[in-house]
Design a protein around this ligand. Structure first.
Ligand code: GLY
Length: 348
């Protein structure tokens, strides 16, 4: 099977062709409650008649080993062999978890990603990262495993509410900030809403693919993609443990983008004027996440769990100017707490 990313109206017909291969013994579709209801009807005409649906509940709180257990139980009950293919239909939770479950079942069966959110289309489904959350930490367990194909149909975005769409847009903004100053400048003038996401998805996926191709296992360059995520993940993990205060991944990343841009200024890498441009654009799209200043230390401590750290050093990706990320920049917990206090003081 070819390991490719197909974007646009040709994506689902290409999936049909792949699944019709005699090398595929059985097709399983992993969906959550939302995508089973809203997206499966669009996918069904492209599936073989005898596919088997595996459904897990929707939400980050179900990105767990227990949900993998559900997947593994169905595969085992149905006697799926190593030629079975798992089609992951959903956002980042489903594509990450499904990839992980497939990579472990019988030491690995093939899986394909059919991402249905902007976040999964421009980021999660591309680049072979799979995993689940564990003990309150995001993606604590996981493996690098490339899917057999990624099939991106922007029509799925019509099923999303604006909050979900914005959440994915944070990753698009991140891509511009680390590697494409011109696109950042054009798009901050145009504003975030568009009738046709296809060109933005194509460019964002191409940018990510270039980085992943150069460093698939994140030993260097791929760490650029972590911009906004050192603080973003810490904030997201903190709020995840507090029912009713959860932030969407992209909302936390948008806050992380502001904090880490501020840190870039403190490290003498970014100008105050550039920080202002970034903040103005981020807050034109995303509402501020609320927390009290007493919480900043506890949030910052969580950044110590980031997978890109070495020992007690927090390795952050910062900006050496807009459009130019720089990875492995050591920052302290105290600096992260200070960046959160800066964010907290900004006007809502
Ligand atoms: N989401 C960041 C990466 O794939 O490396």
């Amino acid at each position: 099977m070819e390991n490719s990313v197909i974007i646009g109206s040709e994506a689902l017909p290409a999936l049909t062709a792949l699944l019709a291969s005699p090398a595929v013994s059985r097709v399983f579709v992993l969906a959550d409650g939302n995508t089973a209801r809203q997206c499966l009807p669009l996918l069904r005409p492209h599936l073989p008649a005898d596919y088997k649906l595996i459904e897990i509940p929707a939400g980050e709180e179900y990105k767990t080993l227990a949900s993998c257990d559900t997947v593994w139980c169905v595969l085992t009950e149905e006697r799926a062999d190593r030629h079975a293919v798992l089609v992951n239909l959903g956002g980042g939770v489903v594509t990450d978890l499904g990839g992980f479950a497939a990579a472990l079942y019988k030491r690995g069966i093939r899986f394909v990603q059919v991402p249905t959110t902007l976040l999964a289309q421009v980021d999660a489904s591309v680049g072979g990262k799979t995993g689940v959350d564990f003990q309150g930490f995001k993606n604590q367990l996981g493996v690098f495993q490339e899917p057999a194909g990624v099939f991106i149909d922007p029509q799925f975005l019509l099923t999303l509410d604006p909050r979900q769409l914005k959440s994915g847009y944070a990753e698009v903004v991140k891509h511009w900030l680390i590697a494409d100053a011109e696109a950042f400048d054009t798009n901050r003038r145009l504003g975030w809403l568009t009738d046709d996401w296809t060109p933005i998805i194509r460019e964002s996926v191409a940018l990510k693919q270039r980085i992943v191709a150069a460093d698939p296992f994140e030993t260097g360059l791929r760490k650029l993609l972590n911009f906004g995520h050192t603080v973003g993940h810490a904030l997201e993990s903190y709020l995840l443990l507090q029912p009713g205060r959860e932030a969407l991944h992209g909302e936390a990343v948008a806050a992380g983008i502001v904090c880490e841009s501020w840190l870039s200024v403190q490290h003498g890498l970014l100008t105050a004027e550039e920080l202002d441009k970034i903040e103005t654009f981020v807050f034109s799209v995303f509402a501020k996440i609320s927390f009290v200043s007493m919480e900043t230390e506890a949030i910052a401590e969580l950044a110590l769990q980031d997978k890109k750290n070495s020992g007690a050093t927090i390795n952050c990706t910062l900006l050496q100017g807009i459009g130019r990320g720089v990875f492995n920049q050591p920052v302290t917990v105290a600096e992260i707490a200070e960046s959160l206090r800066y964010y907290h003081r900004l006007p809502s």
